[in-house]
Design a protein around this ligand. Structure first.
Ligand SMILES: [Zn+2]
Length: 191
């Protein structure tokens, strides 16, 4: 069968309609080939251009449909930068025979470390407020994971904070307030 190299429909010499709109070998504009499906189907050149555009469109949609994931280890580095503030904070009394204090910043560091190493959630920030009677109130913000129920993660963090504060630091804790400020993929999700 002889191929007909002539355009299957008469060329339209219209000005470009898109930025980057170009003239196809058949004499039609790329924008025309894309917009006018019926007549473009009869022209090999327009048909090929449409297919190329459709493939490009599919590839672009596939790329934009995939949410970007942060590089491995980014979250701990961000947290480390956020935590590296130079303020030691207030002094908290420890229950020792001779007067001993720990800075709020160091007590918070110990609690965050305990949560980060034993819990699914990550500690974002931690504050300790000295109260009357030598007690403290602890406020921690968390990055929880999608993988586990949030109440379960919060309970684990609360237990870890109470255990560490009481056993390791000797602090008497009156209240632990937790706030989940973000959700991140869990370690099970990281590939
Ligand atoms: Zn054409």
């Amino acid at each position: 069968m002889a191929l007909n190299h002539l355009p299957a429909h008469p060329p339209r010499h219209t000005p470009p309609r898109w930025p980057g709109d170009s003239l196809l070998p058949c004499g039609h504009l790329l924008s025309h080939a894309w917009d006018d499906q019926t007549t473009a189907a009869a022209c090999p050149s327009c048909r090929q251009a449409r297919q190329g555009l459709a493939e490009t469109n599919r590839a672009v949609h596939a790329l934009t449909a995939t949410p970007p994931s942060p590089p491995a280890g980014l979250m701990p580095r961000v947290l480390a930068a956020v935590r590296a503030h130079p303020h030691p904070g207030r002094l908290l009394p420890l229950p020792t025979i001779r007067p001993t204090h720990i800075t709020e910043a160091n007590a918070a560091k110990a609690l965050r470390h305990a949560v980060d190493t034993t819990c699914e959630a990550l500690a974002a920030s931690c504050r300790l407020t000295p109260l009357s009677g030598g007690e403290v109130a602890i406020t921690m913000t968390l990055l929880a994971t999608y993988d586990r129920p949030l109440p379960e993660q919060a309970d684990t963090v609360r237990r870890t904070i109470l255990t560490t504060a009481h056993r390791d630091l000797g602090l008497s804790v009156r209240a632990v307030d937790l706030c989940i400020t973000d959700l991140v993929p869990g370690t099970d999700s990281v590939t």
